[in-house]
Design a protein around this ligand. Structure first.
Ligand code: TMP
Length: 215
């Protein structure tokens, strides 16, 4: 039985990590076979690429270099983790995937969206998530949360993108909302500006619905 590929998207501070780990716990309690992974990274080679991408010292990283590195991490991730897990019937929960590249490199950095889509088709050979959960909230709220988290953990400018301004993150958010408008069947938008419990409840309802149909 083929597995089910579910991705999670949202701007910085949208609460993805918390929500994904709660969902993992919920699905594991139901004894469902789940693989949890993320991009960029998810493999030893991908994690090396991730370090380049998120190093705040890499200020000279060209947007096209950046795009290609995200693509490289994805190619490795598909081969080593995502495809094998799906082939063995597992549910794959992935923290970010192709939509992030369109939102960040396309809407955020201003690279050509058709070019990004074409590159992504080459990298994924057309593999698309069955479901994408978009955790949506205003850029100001998300960034405030992300910066608070970094400061409390003693991390300063942990990720390069957290140093970008509100306008950049608003563009990324608008990109995600545009994608959700184009593909309402796959991308389900959840209001993330609420308590973690309320957000999780919505996510579980959506995921249950998709899994009931698929498995
Ligand atoms: P995260 O682990 O906090 O989600 O950080 C990953 C960062 O990488 C985040 O700022 C979004 C960014 N990103 C892109 O710009 N393009 C991509 O294709 C992916 C997967 C992530």
């Amino acid at each position: 039985m083929p597995g089910v590929f579910i991705t999670f998207e949202g701007i910085e501070g949208s609460g993805k990590s918390t929500q994904i780990s709660r969902l993992l716990q919920y699905l594991t309690e139901q004894r469902r076979p789940v693989t949890l992974t993320r991009e960029p990274g998810g493999t030893p080679i991908g994690d090396q690429v991730r370090r380049i991408l998120l190093d705040p010292l890499n200020r000279l990283l060209d947007p096209t270099t950046e795009l290609l590195l995200y693509a490289a991490s994805r190619a490795q991730h598909l081969r080593e983790v995502i495809r094998p897990a799906l082939a063995s019937g597992r549910i794959v929960l992935c923290d970010r995937f192709s939509d992030a590249t369109i939102a960040y490199q396309g809407y955020g950095r201003g690279l050509s969206v058709p070019v990004i889509r074409e590159l992504d088709r080459i990298v994924t050979a057309g593999l698309r998530p069955r479901l994408t959960v978009l955790l949506d909230l205003p850029a100001e709220t998300g960034l405030g949360r992300a910066r608070g988290r970094n400061t409390s953990q003693g991390l300063h400018g942990e990720a390069r993108f957290e140093n970008e301004d509100i306008a950049f993150h608003s563009n990324v958010r608008n990109g995600y909302l545009q994608l959700a408008k184009e593909e309402p069947g796959r991308i389900r938008t959840v209001n993330a500006a609420r308590s973690p419990e309320e957000v999780q409840e919505d996510i579980r309802t959506i995921v249950d619905e998709v899994l009931d149909k698929a498995m």
